[in-house]
Design a protein around this ligand. Sequence first.
Ligand code: CDP
Length: 237
Amino acid sequence: MSKTELLYEGKAKKIWKTEDKEFLISEFKDDLTAFNGEKKSSEEGKGALNNQISSALFKLLNEKGIPTHFVKMLDENNMLHKSCDVIKIEVIVRNIATGSLSKNLGIENGKVLPFTLVEFDYKNDELGDPKINDQHALILGLVQHQDELDKIRRVARQINEILKPYFFERGLKLVDFKLEFGKDKDGNIILIDELSPDNCRFWDVESGESLDKDRFRQGQGGLKLAYEQVLNRILNK
Ligand code: CDP
């Protein structure tokens, strides 16, 4: 399967049509953005690392019975996946308080939450991805039924229950992460987008060091080395 026409260019990926309308190709870019696109940079090799990490994690989830859009990794920067109608909700899953949760609610940075928190943000750059509740999602028509929101929340928790121990065994705490879902041609809700250090926070169990995009957000440097460590721990366990 090969690229025919550019469908969409986002901050971290280009999405291409293929000869088959049921399949798309995501091309992972080296571009880095943070704070809703206000901070920008680029890191050579970042796209290839995220493609490899996402492909490995989607494959793992597929094997564990979580439906995802993933079909296969084509080459360094390109992933073949199903075409879906995107549900415009960013699903944030949190095990440990940090980032906007600590800032907005005054929960101490690093506090382990008494239970996993699942939040919804409205995927809308112009509005700055505001936090929403179930009623907002229904009023906005982001989904049609409460059942769909319940399903998304249930699957998000299942994904966390797979990934949290998986990373802990590899010396990483899965602090929080963002998921996106879509509807495939049969109307099934499936996991889409990517799973990488661009949209997950990983803290090294020993040192507490961030091995994710926070290195860029906080201007720490060493981003590529950090992403390489995440990939190596996935591949070499
Ligand atoms: O990064 P920030 O503190 O602004 O947002 P957050 O709500 O604390 O982020 C929670 C998790 O979701 C982090 O792992 C982010 O990397 C991820 N996230 C994302 O990937 N894309 C967004 N638009 C918002 C959050």
